[in-house]
Design a binder for this molecule. Structure first.
Ligand code: TDO
Length: 187
């Protein structure tokens, strides 16, 4: 069996686009979403503490930009299992050469792409279709008190959302803008 996952490097240390093989036959398809042994080579380590799914009703909705602060900083493997999204991460690792730069990739139910996001990135996405579903593997448990957020429309991040941004949650609308002295997270 050829590799189920083919890694595509990004300009960000540890951030990997994972191209999944999609096995098709007359009935439909099968694709492997997660395998700790295979993904170890791409940077997954430790356990899967939880698997979450979200469904988003309306095209143009933005969720994010979210992260957990140390000691609960987490690795996430992110896939879109229904519809299409523009998935975006921001490097917030203190001292990183790509600090506060962002990376965007389209994830969809058809393109077989997942994003393996190391610790020290904020994550968000915009739905490009109605009724979009996302699936997340998390290496750490959800700890509400450790949650952090950046504003998805912070001018300093300059994320080019392709559609007018709608439906921010009240939490996401309240994320503060970055201060000039922001130094990121120390892992
Ligand atoms: C993330 C999370 C939320 N919750 C609760 C908190 C809240 O009552 C409800 C909805 O949470 P949120 O508003 O944070 O949902 P959402 O905005 O979809 O949060 C998600 O956004 C994307 C961008 C990510 O990267 C994810 O890791 C996650 O942070 O679910 C959990 O119980 N467990 C979890 O792991």
């Amino acid at each position: 069996m050829a590799d189920r996952f083919v890694a595509e490097a990004t300009p960000f240390d540890g951030l990997v686009v994972v191209n999944r093989r999609i096995l098709k036959d007359d009935r439909g398809f099968l694709t492997r979403l997660f395998c700790p042994d295979d993904l170890k080579a791409f940077g997954w380590s430790g356990r899967v503490a939880q698997v979450n799914e979200t469904g988003t009703v309306q095209r143009g909705t933005v969720r994010g930009m979210h992260f957990q602060n140390p000691p609960f900083a987490e690795i996430k493997l992110i896939a879109c299992t229904r519809g299409r999204v523009l998935d975006v991460v921001v490097d917030i690792r203190h001292g990183s050469p790509t600090f506060l730069k962002h990376f965007a990739v389209e994830l969809s139910e058809d393109n077989g792409r997942s994003l393996l996001v190391p610790r020290g990135f904020a994550h968000g996405f915009q739905t490009l279709t109605d009724d979009a579903h996302m699936l997340y593997m998390h290496s750490e448990s959800y700890v509400a008190a450790s949650e952090g957020g950046l504003h998805s429309q912070d001018p300093r991040l300059a994320i080019g959302w392709p559609l007018p941004v709608i439906n921010l949650s009240s939490r996401d609308a309240a994320h503060p803008l970055l201060q000039p002295d922001y130094v990121g997270v120390v892992l």
